[in-house]
Design a protein around this ligand. Structure first.
Ligand code: NAD
Length: 495
């Protein structure tokens, strides 16, 4: 049985742990590898290697760092097919979607290759006579990343390329549910020229996460995952004096105006709700039909019924959920919806996929007449479940979205510029789409979820990541001419 290795100081090594976690194919339950619960000693070795490597890496020319990411992006492209296949085998999503997962991470790598344009400080000449002030954006030291199962390529790539490009060293803790793609990605990073100790990987669950939060030599932690764990990481790592950012849970709404382009809208809603079996932090969970759009329910259902559920490697529309526990949780939540009085118009429970009878499959599921007090509304389902609600007006729909505590993403579908503009102005959500259901910004911007979907101020990639992974040092300098007057003692604070 394959054992997932750790990366410490440039070496891929087996753990000495006695505690191993089964890594299973979500379409079959076949155990495909064993993941170690990295020991405390191994975590300390990884952090020590990163701390030592920082001494030289922080002084490595920024152009040298940038060129590594130029090579890295080429290597990821060359290995795209293999990466996508590996991702599907351990995570379950379709091959096409797995390629998207790698590609959205690749875009961050491309951005990291331009680091010399991004990590530029400021300079003001003559802040006082012959006095200049400039600021330098210096790396923090050892940084760490903790990632979720749902984007095992993209989210690690949100983190370590920007952290390393800015001159930090890094310890990654990928999800224990699908760490093989992250391991292949770090292998390629080493091949691209990332030196030993600059990038390290440890594995495991809560014990590893807590050790990262507590370790005195780690200066910053980037976390992506569920709200409950994110809150824990934010509190624990914050208490230990670290800079922390946490991108957490969501409940994303789309508002459908009656003037929207119907066919386009129906296609987008189905793709964004049911794609990746709903296991996206930007998945559409709630569809708010405004006015006469309330008559579109049958067509929404008909569109969902066209989707084919199968093992990811068969590359149909939706793959399985990550684990039998995730499936049981989603099915339980569907039952609470029925019990609490929502109208279940499409039930994806009990679906059997020929040849993959043991897979964690749930088919597209739709509830109508959902109210805000139901558990299906108050909890993030993280499965292929659409909740339909109605509003009399755009203003009512906006009020509904703004009353939800989450702020990851939202969208409006309309042909009216005035409606879109009102939505853009009044909606209190950090990432919004206009006729686009999953508005995840490209890395020239930053991921900007808000309110209950984020802890900390700065996003995980783009310009905000440059700020997250650096600290500003300002230098105020005066150079005297040899023949300058000697002046006299100045006991004030003016220069
Ligand atoms: P999770 O919170 O269970 O796991 C995330 C990480 O935390 C993993 O590395 C895991 O090993 C670790 N972990 C799990 N339980 C822990 C505990 N009790 N103590 C300490 N660490 C623990 O999340 P998940 O199920 O892997 O991912 C799905 C969640 O992530 C969803 O809520 C989704 O919305 C969220 N997510 C958010 C974003 C975003 O950008 N806002 C992006 C992707 C996923």
């Amino acid at each position: 049985m394959q054992q997932v290795k750790q990366l410490i100081n440039g070496e891929f090594i087996d753990s000495t742990t006695q505690e191993w976690i089964d890594l299973t194919d979500p379409a079959t339950q076949e155990v495909i590898a064993k993941v170690p619960q990295t020991t405390d000693d191994e975590i300390n070795q990884a952090v020590a290697a990163a701390k030592e490597a920082f001494k030289t890496w922080r002084k490595t020319p920024i152009t040298t760092r940038a060129r590594i990411f130029l090579r890295y992006q080429a290597l990821i492209r060359d290995n795209m097919d293999e990466l996508a296949e590996l991702l599907t085998s351990e995570q379950g999503k379709t091959i096409a979607d797995a390629r998207g997962d790698v590609f959205r991470g690749l875009e961050v790598v491309e951005h990291a290759a331009g680091i010399a344009n991004l990590q530029m400080g400021d300079f003001v000449e003559n802040v006082a006579t012959n006095v200049d002030t400039y600021s330098i954006w210096q790396p923090l030291g050892v940084c760490a990343g903790i990632t979720p199962f749902n984007f095992p390529a993209m989210i690690p790539l949100w983190m370590f390329p920007m952290a390393i490009a800015t001159g930090n060293t890094f310890v990654l803790k990928p999800s224990e549910q699908d760490p093989m793609v992250p391991m292949r990605l770090v292998e390629l990073a080493l091949e691209a020229g990332v030196p030993p100790g600059v990038l390290n990987v440890v594995h495991g669950g809560k014990a590893t996460v807590d050790a990262i939060c507590d370790h005195p030599d780690i200066k910053a932690v980037s976390f992506v995952g569920s709200t409950k764990v994110g809150q824990h990481v934010y509190d624990r790592a914050g208490k230990a004096g670290k800079r922390v950012q946490c991108m957490i849970g969501a409940k994303n709404h789309a508002i459908i105006m009656p003037d929207a382009n119907k066919e386009q809208t129906l296609n987008q809603l189905a793709g964004a709700t049911f794609g990746a079996a709903g296991q996206r932090c930007m998945a559409l969970a709630v569809v708010v039909l405004v006015g006469k759009a309330g008559e579109w329910v049958d067509e929404i259902k008909a569109k969902a019924e066209t989707l084919v559920v199968s093992a990811g490697k068969n590359d149909k529309d939706l793959g399985p959920l990550i684990t039998p526990q995730a499936k049981a949780r989603v099915e339980h939540l569907i039952q609470t919806g029925v019990d609490e009085g929502a109208n279940l118009i499409l039930d994806g429970r009990g679906i059997v996929v020929e040849g993959f009878e043991q897979g964690n499959f749930v088919g597209p599921t739709i509830f109508d007449n959902v109210t805000t007090d139901m558990q299906i509304y108050t909890q993030e389902i993280f499965g292929p479940v659409m909740l339909i609600m109605r509003a009399d007006s755009l203003a009512d729909a906006i009020e509904l979205v703004n009353a939800n505590p989450n702020g990851n993403g939202t969208a409006i579908f309309t042909q009216s510029g005035a409606a879109a503009h009102k939505f853009q102005q009044d909606i209190d959500v950090g990432q919004i789409g206009i006729n686009l259901p999953i508005p995840v910004p490209l890395p020239m911007f930053s991921f900007s979820g808000s309110r209950g979907s984020k802890l900390g101020d700065l996003g995980p990639y783009g310009k905000q990541a440059v700020q997250f992974y650096t600290q500003t040092k300002t230098v105020t300098a005066r150079w005297f001419d040899d023949d300058a007057s000697k002046g006299k003692v100045n006991t004030t604070i003016s220069m």
